[in-house]
Write a protein that binds this ligand. Structure first.
Ligand SMILES: Nc1ncnc2c1ncn2[C@@H]1O[C@H](COP(=O)(O)OP(=O)(O)OP(=O)(O)O)[C@@H](O)[C@H]1O
Length: 252
């Protein structure tokens, strides 16, 4: 069971705002809009999934919304801070403190222990993690007693739990998860998705999950469908049945 590890200051309001965000890329003589005038408010303490077929703009959405890339036009606001015009260095510093990431491939540093991997965002930001908090965080993701292990000694599900603890350690304004269960078997994937959902509903974490998997999307509070770089549709309280039905409708 997750305990209240975070002292979140904002449980209400908007955690992430995309305001008319467009991202174009050169394509020969033309430009292609990977993201085309997307506006979206992500409510603090909510779990939003973003789904869409291959090439619909999911990766571009994640890169722009998380401050990994800058939109060609429009603006992104995270936790009240407008990212427009920030230098790459300033964006990196901002992300370390305000944005957590969980990727399909875990992205753990192989020669660092579990505890060192979890601490890493804070270490890079020049901050300490209290030992009690570290232990409580590891326990909350089901990794108590494993703090001295190396990533190579963990199963895929355990490695992703480390990545989730690392994403939560700085109490970020938002965690972005990019196909976090793509490399896991179905039962392990369900446990990881439950853990992510609990981080929202029990810790008040804001979570944005990017996926092409209806099952993963059905864990969210709200589902946004992308197609051709635009928001095509939305579902509140999605279920596997409603997501699957909508995917079939949109595919027509
Ligand atoms: N660096 C780039 N240069 C040129 N075109 C790009 C670039 N990145 C993305 N695109 C184009 O933008 C569109 C959206 O791509 P994006 O990778 O965001 O889609 P996606 O939904 O994440 O796809 P997938 O599910 O296959 O990863 C595609 O047409 C893609 O070819």
């Amino acid at each position: 069971m997750l305990t209240d590890l975070t002292s979140r200051q904002t449980l209400t309001g908007t955690a992430v705002q995309l305001d008319h965000v467009t991202r174009t890329y050169p394509d020969g003589d033309r430009t292609v809009a990977a993201l085309d005038d997307v506006s979206l408010d992500v409510t603090a303490g909510s779990f939003t999934a973003v789904m869409g077929p291959s090439g619909s703009g999911k990766s571009t959405f994640l890169s722009c919304a998380a401050g990994l890339d800058s939109p060609t036009s429009g603006r992104v606001v995270i936790g009240g801070t407008d990212l427009s015009g920030m230098s790459p260095d300033a964006l990196t510093r901002f992300r370390r403190q305000h944005v957590g990431f969980v990727f399909q491939g875990y992205n753990l540093v192989p020669h660092l222990t579990v505890a060192e991997n979890v601490r890493l965002p804070m270490t890079l930001a020049g901050a300490e993690v209290d030992q009690d908090r570290l232990e409580a965080l590891l326990a909350s993701v089901g990794l108590e007693g494993r703090d001295g292990r190396l990533p190579g000694e963990l199963s895929g599900g355990q490695a992703q739990r480390v990545a989730i603890a690392r994403a939560l350690v700085a109490s970020p304004d938002v965690v972005f998860a990019d196909e976090p269960t793509g490399a896991l078997d179905a039962a392990t994937a369900d446990r990881i998705l439950q853990l992510l959902r609990h981080s929202v509903h029990e810790l008040g974490q804001t979570l944005v999950l990017v996926t092409h998997d209806p099952r993963a999307a059905s864990y969210a509070d709200r589902l946004v469908f992308l197609a051709d770089g635009r928001i095509r549709d939305e579902l509140e309280a999605p279920t596997l049945e409603s997501v699957t039905a909508r995917v079939l409708e949109l595919g027509r």
